[in-house]
Design a protein around this ligand. Structure first.
Ligand SMILES: Cc1cc2nc3c(=O)[nH]c(=O)nc-3n(C[C@H](O)[C@H](O)[C@H](O)COP(=O)(O)OP(=O)(O)OC[C@H]3O[C@@H](n4cnc5c(N)ncnc54)[C@H](O)[C@@H]3O)c2cc1C
Length: 376
């Protein structure tokens, strides 16, 4: 089958590698330049859950990711506003780790390296000038024309493929912003990721190495507008004061911030030959680090379906399975977001009760941790 993938981000590149390994003739079109991972950790980091780590190992991608830009974590802890805390460990799941923190650029670069070695054509700094869906053909901005049996839209939240195929979206802005900061820590940190909820939004830590962490702080757009206007030194002091009780002495090195939006495509496929995946199909609140994980599961489902069934049936099955799973996850994120941050006594009480139950009921804890790492 001839496959054209629009968007060579983590999801599009992974789809291209997986389909090329199945013997399909794949071409990738990427509007940007090839990702290069160099210097210190970039701010765009993903917590890849263990099921997807295992899948990336099977795909052969894992060894290509710069070793210093991937870091396994074995613990995960969540604390409510009322101070109720639950600690999950890889032992609860019976796995060697719960997942790994990976620099997005390093993962994308690893996938591209695999594509290059497999001689998969990758057009960088190129996009589609014209879609001829009825002829299953695209004309690129460099004038080349490509025919396809399957066109994959993995071109992110502003998907041109979805727009051209007239696939609409439903969604909203959370009116929140997430600040990420890389910090150097004096004393060694545990390989545990944690999140603490408070009324204005959670704050969290991703371990990136014995002495490197990513600090995360969610607040309303309005609050961040004021704080981001501060001189950088003052902003860093504020962050350091907030995180010092948890990690001791540390120094913030860089920061960046991202607005939060939830959206979902109203259909995942069109013309019996066009399919959306990753953020082009669904964008989710990042508080539980599930966005690219869902995208990788999209890839696994699509590959599974197209290997077994005629394309039209494969796309229908893909949509049915992925829409329900992705929407379940989106609703779960909303429940966590609104439930954990609510100051109202009822949701607060439910959250505290829920966390106490998880703490004390071992099978429930195991079920939850397996779900979080993609094994349920
Ligand atoms: C603050 C924050 C933290 C996050 N943390 C996590 C986490 O811990 N774990 C997790 O699983 N997820 C996380 N996510 C989500 C994750 O980053 C996204 O789900 C993921 O990047 C989506 O990958 P993608 O390949 O689908 O889309 P993108 O990364 O958006 O890639 C799309 C690609 O398509 C290209 N493109 C766009 N338009 C065109 C075009 N017209 N033609 C050709 N190419 C085009 C772009 O250049 C890009 O390379 C986080 C997100 C945010 C905002």
């Amino acid at each position: 089958m001839k496959v054209v993938v629009i968007g060579g981000g983590m999801v599009g590149a992974a789809a291209a590698v997986a389909l090329a390994q199945q013997g399909h003739q794949v071409t990738v079109i990427e509007a940007g330049a090839r990702a290069v991972s160099e210097g210190d950790w970039d701010l765009r980091i993903s917590s890849i859950h263990q099921q997807n780590v295992d899948w990336l190992v099977k795909l052969g991608t894992w060894p290509y990711i710069r070793a210093e830009r991937r870091f396994p974590y074995t613990g995960l802890s969540v604390q409510s506003m009322d101070g109720v805390r639950v600690d999950f460990s890889h032992q609860d799941a019976g796995t060697p780790a719960l997942g790994a923190m990976v620099e997005n650029k390093a993962l994308q670069a690893a996938l591209w390296q695999q594509l290059i070695e497999r001689q998969v054509p990758v057009y960088e700094k190129t996009s589609v000038a014209d879609y001829q869906f009825d002829q299953q053909q695209v004309t690129l901005t460099n004038g080349d024309q490509l025919n396809y049996d399957l066109l994959i839209g993995a071109d992110g939240t502003q998907s041109h493929v979805a727009k051209a195929a007239r696939i609409g979206y439903r969604g909203w802005d959370y009116d929140m912003r997430c600040l990420l900061a890389i910090a150097e820590v004096e004393h060694e940190v545990a390989a545990t990721t944690w999140e603490i909820f408070r009324p204005q939004g959670p704050y969290a830590l991703l371990p990136l190495g014995a002495h490197r962490v990513c600090l995360i702080d969610y607040r309303s757009e309005r609050e961040w507008q004021e704080l981001l206007a501060l001189p950088e030194a003052e902003l860093y002091q504020l962050l350091e004061a907030q995180f010092a009780p948890h990690i001791g002495s540390h120094r913030v090195l860089s920061h960046g911030s991202f607005p939060l939006r939830r959206q979902r495509a109203l259909s995942y496929h069109a013309y019996q030959s066009v399919v959306l995946m990753g953020d082009a199909a669904h964008a989710i609140h990042p508080l539980a680090g599930q966005g690219v994980n869902l995208g990788f599961t999209d890839v696994q489902e699509l590959v599974h379906q197209v290997c077994q069934l005629p394309l039209a049936q494969a796309l229908t099955n893909y949509e049915q399975r992925r829409v329900s799973a992705n929407q379940r996850m989106m609703r779960a994120m909303d429940m966590i977001h609104f439930g954990f941050c609510s100051q109202h006594v009822v949701p607060r009480g439910l959250v505290a009760l829920g966390l106490q139950s998880v703490r004390h009921i071992t099978p429930l804890k195991r079920a939850l941790v397996l779900r979080a790492i993609g094994y349920a």
